[in-house]
Design a protein around this ligand. Structure first.
Ligand code: UTP
Length: 292
């Protein structure tokens, strides 16, 4: 797919406190949904949108994330000796080509906006994508491809949106809508984690963005916002007022894997889509459910 978006930033430097103790030694984004870590779903989603350059913003657990995307000669030799082609294909599927992955360090988790700013020198002066791997999106076309498509039509910046219950607006960035046509939403404002009574809509940011590089100077000049963190939403809110900025309602399934409840749903949802797992899982779920 021809695209003007070549680079993706994956901020993975958060502490993952909602997944302790699992996330103590294993970064949250390496937790598997069925048999593939969250971060690989995000990379594959970006590749499906034509992206081939990846910038990982890392904190604790950087080495394990690097290992996941690098060749392991000893493991491959072992699998080759056993003639295990399926397992070899699985390890090959996780490789990122030489020169296409960069890792930058966020020393302290000062917020998502700060994490993106850490990638500034590698982003340069071109539009770029941001994917939060703990949001798992299953769509056809895949989530980021939906944004890149709209970006090709509207230019400017584009964010993915989904409707959330009014009671949950305090967990998300929420947008204010000026107009909407065929899933493309023209935005007039944006606010991070508003209380339900103050939320300008129920349309939430769901962790996929195509951003103009002008956001980087805004982030650099910006102080801490909600929760004392440098918020990406605050910089985007300022952009909305001054530059072309659209949202697109994501079509597909979305799982918030930042919490155990969403992660469980993702695991079951993905397993049900796997022909070799589906029947056994359905039988198990039917048995586990009390008769109504
Ligand atoms: P979250 O707030 O959902 O993740 O950030 P977290 O902080 O790891 O999880 P909890 O709340 O402690 O359980 C969304 C994404 O932004 C990244 C996270 O790694 C996650 O992918 N992030 C967040 C950073 O890279 N740096 C930050 O300073 C904050």
């Amino acid at each position: 797919m021809a695209t003007s978006v070549r680079k993706a930033v994956l901020p993975v430097a958060g502490m993952g406190t909602r997944f302790l103790p699992a996330s103590k030694a294993v970064p949250k984004v390496l937790l598997p949904v069925v048999d593939k870590p969250l971060i690989q779903y995000a990379v594959e989603e970006a590749q499906a949108a034509g992206i081939h350059e990846f910038i990982f913003v890392t904190g604790r657990g950087e080495a394990a994330i690097k290992d996941h995307f690098e060749r392991d000669d000893a493991l491959d030799a072992y699998l080759a000796a056993r003639g295990d082609d399926a397992a070899l294909a699985a390890t090959a599927g996780a490789l990122l080509e030489s020169g296409t992955a960069a890792f930058v360090r966020q020393e302290k988790p000062l917020g998502l906006g700060h994490a993106v700013l850490c990638a500034r020198d590698l982003i340069g002066d071109e539009p770029f994508a941001v994917l939060l791997p703990d949001e798992l999106l299953l769509g056809d076309p895949p989530g980021l491809a939906q944004l890149v498509d709209v970006h090709g039509k509207t230019g400017g910046s584009v964010v993915a949106l989904a409707e959330v219950p009014q009671s949950e607006t305090g967990r998300y960035g929420i947008v204010e809508v000026a107009a909407e046509e065929e899933r493309i939403v023209t935005l007039s404002g944006m606010v991070e984690k508003p209380a339900p009574a103050e939320a300008p809509s129920r349309l939430a940011l769901i962790g996929r963005y195509v951003l103009q590089p002008t956001i980087l100077a805004r982030l650099a000049a910006q102080g801490p916002g909600a929760g004392g963190e440098i918020q990406l939403t605050d910089a985007m809110a300022a952009m909305v007022r001054e530059e072309p900025f659209h949202g697109v309602r994501f079509t597909g399934q979305r799982f918030d894997c930042g919490s155990p409840a969403g992660y469980l749903q993702a695991t079951i949802g993905c397993a049900l889509q796997r022909p070799e797992l589906r029947q056994d899982l359905l039988s198990f779920l039917r048995e586990a459910m009390p008769p109504s």
